[in-house]
Design a protein around this ligand. Sequence first.
Ligand code: ZN
Length: 685
Amino acid sequence: MSTAEALPADNPLATTSELPFRLPPFAEITLEHCREALLAGMADQRREVDALLACAEEPAFENTIVALERSGALLDRAWSVFGNLSSSVATPRLREIEREIAPLAAAHDDALRLDPALFARIDAVHAARETAGLDAEQARLVERYHLDFVLAGARLDGAGRARLGELNQQLSELSTTFGQNLQLATEAAAVRVADAAELDGLDEEEVAAAARAATDRGLEGYLLTLVLPTGQPVLAKLRGRELRRRVFEASVGRASAGEHDNRPVAERIARLRAERARLLGFATHADLVLADSTARTTAAVDAMLHAMVPASVANAEAEAEALREVAARDGVELAAWDWAFYSERVRAERYAVDTTALRSWFELDRVLVDGVFRAAGLLYGFRFTPRPDLAGYHPDVRVWEVADADGAEVGLYLGDFFAREGKRGGAWMSSFVRQSRLLGTRPVVVNNLNVTRAPAGRPTLLTLDEVTTLFHEFGHALHGLSSAVTYPRFAGTAVPRDFVEFPSQVNEMWALWPEVLAHYARHADTGEPLPASVVQAIDAARLWGEGFGTLEYLAATLLDQAWHRLTPETEVGDPVEFERAALAGAGVASELVPPRYRTTYFQHVFAGGYSAGYYSYIWSEVLDADTVEWFKENGGLRRENGDAFRERLLAVGGSVDPLEAFRAVRGRDADPVPLLRRRGLAPVG
Ligand SMILES: [Zn+2]
């Protein structure tokens, strides 16, 4: 056997980090270290698995399943660093390594999951699980591994395995291409503006940011960069209609022609996924995905989505009527690029809320410390101490140590809030270290946002949406930080993806909770609290825009389902035409309300982990809205409520059936009515 990949001892990833909570020693780690450690880590794990297979004892939980849980420690360390860098601080060299490693990693995973001797051992442990004296978490771990291997094709014959390996390799490369095309196409689609007068409607900071964006690329004038979804925040503010049209068209046209065209990439991904599903014994890719979800069947997903379509379309149409009236006063016939602009105007006129003016009350650090952290303190007893002595992977990253109410160590929280070149769009949470009693690890989690940095000397102000996003992403961080499981496979957010958004969505409820809001929402210049009348107006305005928001989301979700209900025989033709027909067929086609993502920039489903799973957000929201009711019924922001939610739901991660964990909190199955009410789709009872 080759031992060529042994890792040089001076590679900082070679050993467990000596820093608190095993925080990676970022200052010492180079991209070449990551590359080396990824290659050596794969070889190491293969050797560890070979040793496990050479075990002369009968297959048992410890010598097979636990041995697998312990394997791949080096690979894990390398991935957790490299994967996070890839999202947050990508460089051309990183992209090059990514292209080199992606097919090797896919082949490595396949070689393990398709190893007949390994599956035979897992199958034997699985068959004897009832009589092996396993506790509930152990039994679930056996089932989990068994399902992972079956879904990965462990039951296929030699020819089937070979074809599956090819498909996975191709899909991995295509996903990487899709993501890279999108990033480059998004950068290329940034809208250039020569004259500041055209930016009428933007505030001073936004104009300065646009000027900086141009300078950063060595351009004259101003550059309006694009964010991931269809809707661009500047569209709510730009007074110049022609520039609105240009920004909108740049957004919806991204990656749909030219050098970075994702149309053929998306079509090919969907087709190969269909073939893979067939090979694994499923009718479609969606059926395969749902086998490992809380929804379980395509019928359950369809029932939920289609029940929401008619009321959502009607709500969006009612909103459009209101917008047409206001636009007509300007002599404007409402088009898609006018929606956000006039929507803001209606919001301001009807509800007296000017959401852009709200920013002055939402200063980033105050929102974080006096809002997000404080709510987590009151609910769960968490305390946050800045650790400026601990370095992140970029100077923007800040580190906090998290402790329990009694002072016990919990983990580390990293915050990386600013947009920059090389960071992907959107907001997310991920981990550097997963909690596990088996491995003696505590969680190290990170939140990424894409907030525009304020000019030097000015505080960074957030929009109300960004405030909500921060609470949301911190909800994922809480899931990771609260984890108290034995096996790393179940740590924190390692739950089915139609459940993973549930705790984060619940955490959004505290953003506007009166006693939290009163604490963090202070005017950046005067320190004045947000006036009570504004808070009431925000609440009154809550349902305005739900028609648009629900419809654009349902359209994207149904588009995702359409792409993943293909069979290998389905004639797709032009992907843009396929998209049009899919939206029309589902009753969600609208000139004025395009899907939240169109095919060519639907990163979640073509380059992220959400294929056939974008429905998960609203599936989780059913659980979320019902849990918000539970908190309210029980007195809201109280330690007792937080403790119950933490102990019964957050802490158990994936170690128990998620819907059982939900029932342990709520006392019954989820009721969909609170969600329908929240979105204005059912009368308020
Ligand atoms: Zn989320």
